[in-house]
Design a binder for this molecule. Structure first.
Ligand SMILES: NC(=O)c1ccc[n+]([C@@H]2O[C@H](COP(=O)([O-])OP(=O)(O)OC[C@H]3O[C@@H](n4cnc5c(N)ncnc54)[C@H](O)[C@@H]3O)[C@@H](O)[C@H]2O)c1
Length: 368
């Protein structure tokens, strides 16, 4: 199988792990990188031995590129991806799919029209941690899923990220930043969501960067920074999620799934591995479950590899645009609900992605 020829647009903070992992999968080959900052693209190309460093426009026009990996900031996800599909290229966005649902809907429609695929991060739900939990739930280990609680509370990213402004602009905030990991994991475990309600606030009107090189720069906060939402899954299960950039010292687990016969603690959905823990009605305490599935290190890009495998072999890729669109609609609906003081019924629906197929992916990594 010839690898899919990938061009990366946006080579900032997160690009390093993609550049490393996608050089190791059989189905992927990075042939070009691009950035608004061409010098940055050139430096990355030189460091990673990528043949071409281009402007974004030149990469989109390149006949050598058949797949665009869009690692730009959230505000640019929609426009870059739309240009990619209109140029006849498959596209995989970092999360969220785009900032606005209307833009994402147009992207999926245009991709269908041009006969190309759309994929989107996160792909952490394809890792061993959450796939092991999925297998436990599907085997009935905790009985019928009743409810889920999810928590992602911290004090934001201005202490470590070199350019943290986007986290506080429209399209940022803890829900659009971290919610994709949690909501996607919950949809993978429990299925689609039919309605939500939410409450939101922004505790601090400004943020002061303390990381270098922008230390002391003040950012105006343009988005809610503490959100709590409830979700009614089609299955009948009820979920709750809180995401925050406003608080310190959260002692709560990442995700807990409560079943009619037991409780499952799901590892951090912002990682690929971790240790699930289960406690059944007869147990005195939680016990750790050994992972039954692979890909449990920093595997960012396995969703790209899965999509490229499908481009060459057919089938359905798991970290899909449809899944990301449903998650995006859910995340926006929390804020809409808070503003309108009512439940929001979702317009989109997805099937759960197929569980990871251990046989297909056993030899996907060239360098295991
Ligand atoms: N940094 C992380 O730990 C992390 C983790 C997971 C996901 N993400 C996601 O990855 C994406 C990128 O995050 P990052 O931390 O690498 O950001 P970053 O600011 O470090 O890098 C973004 C890069 O994209 C370039 N860029 C911006 N707009 C562009 C455009 N229109 N065309 C071409 N290039 C453009 C910038 O010049 C920059 O080099 C975001 O969507 C973020 O949510 C980041």
């Amino acid at each position: 199988m010839q690898p899919v020829r990938i061009g990366i647009i946006g080579v900032g903070n997160i690009s390093g792990i993609y550049l490393k992992n996608l050089s190791e999968f059989r189905s992927t080959q990075i042939v070009a990188v691009a950035d608004l900052d061409l010098e940055r693209a050139k430096a990355v190309a030189e460091k990673h031995g990528i043949p071409q460093a281009l402007s974004p426009e030149a990469l989109l026009a390149s006949a050598d590129v058949e797949f665009v990996l869009n690692l730009t900031i959230p505000n640019a996800h929609g426009s870059v991806a739309l240009q990619a599909v209109r140029a006849g290229k498959h596209v995989y966005n970092e999360k969220p799919l785009s900032v606005e649902t209307a833009e994402s809907k147009l992207l999926l429609e245009e991709a269908a029209k041009h006969g190309v695929l759309v994929g989107c991060a996160p792909d952490t739900f394809l890792g061993g941690g959450i796939q092991t939990c999925r297998a436990l739930i599907d085997s009935g280990a905790i009985g019928e899923p009743v409810a889920a609680n999810a928590f992602m509370l911290c004090h934001g990213h201005e202490t470590w990220h070199p350019s943290p402004e986007f986290y506080y602009q429209k399209g940022g905030g803890p829900m659009l930043d971290m919610g994709p990991y949690y909501i996607t994991a919950l949809i993978n475990l429990l299925g689609g969501i039919r309605r939500v309600s939410g409450s939101t606030r922004a505790t601090f009107p400004t943020r002061t960067i303390t990381s270098q090189p922008k230390a002391r720069k003040v950012i105006d906060v343009e988005t809610p920074t503490h959100l709590t939402g409830s979700m009614d899954f089609v299955s009948g299960a009820i979920g709750q999620i809180t995401t925050s950039f406003d608080v310190y010292s959260d002692p709560l687990p990442n995700i807990v799934i409560y079943g009619s016969e037991g409780t499952l603690i799901v590892p951090d959905p912002n990682g690929f591995g971790g240790q699930p823990k289960i406690r059944l009605a007869k147990d005195d305490t939680f016990r750790t479950v050994e992972l039954t599935h692979g890909y449990s290190d920093n595997e960012r890009g396995i969703g790209v590899a899965d999509m490229c495998h499908v481009i060459r072999n057919g089938g359905s890729h798991r970290a899909s645009g449809a899944l990301a669109y449903h998650a995006l609609e859910v995340m926006h609906a929390f804020t809409q609900s808070s503003e309108s003081e009512r439940h929001i019924h979702l317009t989109s629906m997805v099937e759960r992605p197929a569980p990871m197929d251990v046989d297909t992916y056993a030899d996907e990594r060239v360098k295991a």
